[in-house]
Design a protein around this ligand. Structure first.
Ligand SMILES: O=C1O[C@H](COP(=O)(O)O)[C@@H](O)[C@H](O)[C@H]1O
Length: 225
């Protein structure tokens, strides 16, 4: 397994460069496909990248945008990744993009899983993937100790997997590892010394201990202090 590690002098430079890389990869995909599928993370890290990317000059009307994972909370929750996506990425030029939902107002994710997975399955594979990573080496909602991690890591995993994990405050849904890893163009965004150490510690570990390893092959990791 090998990946590129790109270190930046500061977060601002990383954000500009990464937004440009993603926009460029989408433009390239759109030269040979009718539509392109962009998958992005939630959490605290990607907001500033979204702020730049949403202004990129590209044919957003032919782009589908999807979260890598979602916490099973309504959109008015401060923990909603969908709310982050809508307020920071699907604005400006990018408001023309089509958003594929990863949440529906049901009590448990299992009740909505099939309906959410169907339109996603129709757009696969992922053209451009941006992921985050937690200091516990989780990515998307592939958590060490997650109750469905084996299923989510399997070669024949479904598109979407519901997850409950010790490190996660609420139930979640996640794209499975095979869907994430199958992306044409893969980027991982991490900030700070703790996550850099976690990435180093992940080296050589099996994916059920360090789920980030399930998606790193061929990826570019973008890091700034
Ligand atoms: O819970 C989540 O965490 C990871 C990492 O988030 P961060 O706040 O440490 O940047 C994120 O990639 C994932 O999409 C999100 O649901």
């Amino acid at each position: 397994m090998s990946y590129d590690f790109q270190e930046y002098p500061d977060r601002e430079m990383l954000i500009i460069a990464l937004a440009n890389r993603i926009a460029g990869a989408l433009r390239t995909a759109l030269t040979h496909e009718e539509r392109a599928l962009l998958v992005v993370p939630g959490g605290t890290s990607p907001g500033p990248v979204f702020d730049d990317l949403c202004a990129a000059d590209l044919d957003w009307g032919r782009v589908d945008v999807l979260l890598s994972d979602e916490r099973w909370v309504p959109e008015d929750s401060p923990r909603s990744n969908t709310a982050l996506l809508k307020s920071r990425l699907l604005v400006n030029r990018a408001q023309k993009a089509r958003s594929l939902p990863l949440y529906a107002p049901a009590a448990e994710p299992e009740e909505a899983l099939e309906a959410l997975a169907q339109p996603i399955g129709a757009e696969l594979p992922v053209d451009v993937l941006l992921l985050g990573m937690g200091a516990d080496m989780h990515t998307a909602s592939l958590f060490p100790g997650g109750d469905t991690l084996d299923r989510a890591l399997a070669a024949d995993a479904p598109v979407l997997v519901p997850v409950r994990a010790p490190g996660a405050a609420e139930p979640r849904v996640t794209l499975s590892a095979r869907v994430l890893d199958g992306a044409m163009n893969k980027h991982v965004l991490i900030f700070g010394a703790e996550k850099r150490r976690a990435l180093d510690e992940a080296r050589g570990k099996p994916a059920h201990e360090a789920p980030i390893n399930a998606v790193l092959n061929g990826a570019t990791v973008h890091w700034a202090e």
